[in-house]
Design a protein around this ligand. Sequence first.
Ligand code: SF4
Ligand code: SF4
Length: 391
Amino acid sequence: MEGSQTVFISKCESYAEDTVSEIVRRHFDALGYDRSFFEGKRVVVKPNLVMKKAPDAAATTHPAVLGAVLSVLREYGVTPIIAESPGGIYNRQRLEGIYRTCGIESVASRYGAVLNFDTSAVQMPFPEGKKVKMFHVIAPVAEADVLIDLCKLKSHSLTKMSAAVKNLFGVIPGIEKFEMHASYPDYGDFGAMLCDLCEMLCRTKTVIAVTDAIVGMEGNGPTAGTPRKIGAVLTSPNPFACDLACEKLLGFEGTVPLVKEAKSRGLCPDRAEALKILGTPIAGAAVPDFKAPDSAERKAPSALTFFSSGTFGRFFMPRPVVIKDKCRGCGECVASCPKHTIELSAEKKNGTRTAHIRHASCIRCYCCQELCPFGAVKVKKNVILKIISSI
Ligand code: SF4
Ligand code: SF4
């Protein structure tokens, strides 16, 4: 990754697996990932399987893109492991359900790839880390020589955009991710932690970022947004460079905290124009009016700057609200909240308990919105901010 600022972008209009395979093969050839590169190496493919959603929902890496990568790897004689620690509890039962629903199980079996069910984790030191000096990483990823970071391009309520760098948060085992949210409630700190994690992985193994941007997600991603056709596949030896290209492609340039952090560390150039783009130029793949998440408006207007930090700042940030009619009382948000600030009602309404958020302790990490299987958590803008913004 060191020093590489190359991103290969190809337009791709559909999930026809042959077409995507052709693109991935071309990208790998151009970037030097050929048979001899992979020989004797332990290869892990890490898709984005944030939760149990069908491929058409565009919340997870599409199985056709996984199939394309697996078909190229098979040509090179590689039998990869597919590994991911989705949101929530990391156990065999959850992995089985997610692999099946996301369409991963059938593709893996077609190409003879191995689905990971080993839920152990390994300590990986990173003394150079700015926020984190020791990570706990799922075993297959820790032991890999080559990690294919097979991400989905989406908007994201917490990080504004999810692509190659954010996808790697899924190497932290299960609910330890919630602890990381609790430890880094500040968005800048959270982005810095993600940069540490990605940097550590890039220093200990070859990371190849392959982005499924054929159909992405806009609005309230990473799971509650709307599918949006983008029509591209991006590959890079540098996840940070890949994210810089993605940021520009979505019209989010200069606004994604973790990309800002990567720039400040010299992990990618200051401007997307300084990237070495192979294939389609970014302008040729860019999408107009890509919707940011509702949470993107986090700052108080200048008139309220005095109050916009610390507790006051959090008060002004958009907050998660449970839509009672949609809530099924499943308790997923209760289990996912890093601050334990959600509880289910003692009383049932129409036979169902409903979730309630105590906003005083809420750190606005939006895990509840991300992991609610029924889309019952919405992010709402502060009313005072709304009125002042409209004046
Ligand atoms: S808000 Fe969503 S995750 Fe939470 S209990 Fe209701 S349905 Fe389940
Ligand atoms: S209520 Fe939701 S947004 Fe607030 S801390 Fe809990 S999971 Fe995060």
